[in-house]
Design a protein around this ligand. Structure first.
Ligand code: SF4
Ligand code: SF4
Length: 94
Protein backbone atom coordinates (compact mmCIF):
# COMPACT_ATOMS: atom_id res chain seq x y z
CA UNK A 1 0.00 0.00 0.00
CA UNK A 2 1.29 3.46 -0.93
CA UNK A 3 0.78 6.31 1.47
CA UNK A 4 0.91 9.89 0.19
CA UNK A 5 1.79 12.63 2.63
CA UNK A 6 1.18 16.27 1.73
CA UNK A 7 3.29 18.55 3.89
CA UNK A 8 1.44 21.57 5.16
CA UNK A 9 -1.83 20.64 3.52
CA UNK A 10 -4.79 18.36 4.08
CA UNK A 11 -5.54 17.84 0.38
CA UNK A 12 -3.55 17.77 -2.87
CA UNK A 13 -2.46 21.14 -4.30
CA UNK A 14 -5.12 23.04 -6.29
CA UNK A 15 -7.92 20.77 -5.12
CA UNK A 16 -9.09 23.47 -2.75
CA UNK A 17 -9.78 25.80 -5.69
CA UNK A 18 -13.10 23.98 -5.85
CA UNK A 19 -13.81 24.95 -2.26
CA UNK A 20 -13.60 28.54 -1.11
CA UNK A 21 -11.84 28.10 2.18
CA UNK A 22 -11.80 31.80 3.02
CA UNK A 23 -14.56 31.48 5.57
CA UNK A 24 -12.70 28.84 7.55
CA UNK A 25 -11.23 30.01 10.82
CA UNK A 26 -11.31 33.32 12.61
CA UNK A 27 -8.05 34.84 11.37
CA UNK A 28 -6.63 35.87 8.04
CA UNK A 29 -3.20 36.90 6.79
CA UNK A 30 -2.41 40.58 6.34
CA UNK A 31 0.68 41.65 4.36
CA UNK A 32 2.59 44.80 5.28
CA UNK A 33 3.63 45.80 1.77
CA UNK A 34 6.30 48.18 3.09
CA UNK A 35 8.12 45.31 4.80
CA UNK A 36 7.58 42.76 2.02
CA UNK A 37 10.59 42.25 -0.27
CA UNK A 38 8.75 40.02 -2.76
CA UNK A 39 10.95 36.99 -2.00
CA UNK A 40 8.05 34.56 -2.67
CA UNK A 41 8.80 32.25 0.24
CA UNK A 42 5.21 32.60 1.47
CA UNK A 43 3.96 31.54 -1.97
CA UNK A 44 5.88 28.31 -1.74
CA UNK A 45 4.54 27.39 1.68
CA UNK A 46 0.86 28.39 1.51
CA UNK A 47 -1.12 25.12 1.46
CA UNK A 48 -3.96 26.78 -0.44
CA UNK A 49 -1.82 28.65 -2.97
CA UNK A 50 -3.67 31.82 -2.08
CA UNK A 51 -0.81 34.21 -1.48
CA UNK A 52 1.00 35.51 -4.53
CA UNK A 53 3.68 38.11 -5.20
CA UNK A 54 2.45 40.66 -7.73
CA UNK A 55 4.19 43.53 -9.50
CA UNK A 56 2.85 47.02 -8.88
CA UNK A 57 4.02 50.39 -10.18
CA UNK A 58 6.17 51.19 -7.17
CA UNK A 59 7.24 47.70 -6.05
CA UNK A 60 6.26 44.06 -5.88
CA UNK A 61 4.68 42.56 -2.80
CA UNK A 62 2.61 39.60 -1.69
CA UNK A 63 -1.18 39.74 -2.03
CA UNK A 64 -3.61 37.40 -0.25
CA UNK A 65 -6.72 36.01 -1.97
CA UNK A 66 -9.23 36.12 0.88
CA UNK A 67 -11.59 33.79 -0.97
CA UNK A 68 -9.18 31.01 -0.11
CA UNK A 69 -7.06 32.12 2.87
CA UNK A 70 -8.13 29.85 5.69
CA UNK A 71 -5.98 31.59 8.27
CA UNK A 72 -3.56 28.77 9.01
CA UNK A 73 -0.67 31.17 9.67
CA UNK A 74 1.97 29.22 7.75
CA UNK A 75 2.89 32.24 5.62
CA UNK A 76 3.39 34.41 8.70
CA UNK A 77 5.63 31.73 10.22
CA UNK A 78 7.95 31.49 7.23
CA UNK A 79 8.19 35.15 6.18
CA UNK A 80 11.79 36.23 6.87
CA UNK A 81 10.81 39.91 7.01
CA UNK A 82 8.00 39.59 9.52
CA UNK A 83 5.80 41.19 6.87
CA UNK A 84 2.73 39.02 7.49
CA UNK A 85 0.54 39.31 10.53
CA UNK A 86 -2.44 37.17 11.39
CA UNK A 87 -5.43 39.34 12.16
CA UNK A 88 -8.89 38.62 13.51
CA UNK A 89 -11.54 38.88 10.81
CA UNK A 90 -13.94 41.81 11.12
CA UNK A 91 -16.79 39.37 11.72
CA UNK A 92 -15.22 38.24 14.98
CA UNK A 93 -14.22 41.65 16.34
CA UNK A 94 -16.43 42.88 19.17
S1 SF4 B 1 7.68 35.75 2.54
FE1 SF4 B 1 7.32 37.79 3.38
S2 SF4 B 1 8.82 39.12 2.35
FE2 SF4 B 1 8.68 37.22 1.15
S3 SF4 B 1 7.10 37.66 -0.42
FE3 SF4 B 1 6.05 36.72 1.32
S4 SF4 B 1 5.34 38.45 2.57
FE4 SF4 B 1 6.91 39.22 1.18
S1 SF4 C 1 -2.79 32.11 6.38
FE1 SF4 C 1 -1.21 32.33 4.80
S2 SF4 C 1 -0.52 30.24 4.39
FE2 SF4 C 1 -2.50 30.07 5.43
S3 SF4 C 1 -4.02 30.00 3.81
FE3 SF4 C 1 -3.80 32.16 4.38
S4 SF4 C 1 -2.28 33.00 2.95
FE4 SF4 C 1 -2.11 30.75 2.88
Amino acid sequence: MKLKIYLGASCPPLQSLEYKTGDWGTMHAFVDKEKCTGCKICEQYCPDLCIEVKEFEDKKHAVVDYNYCKGCGVCASVCPQGAIKMELKELFKV
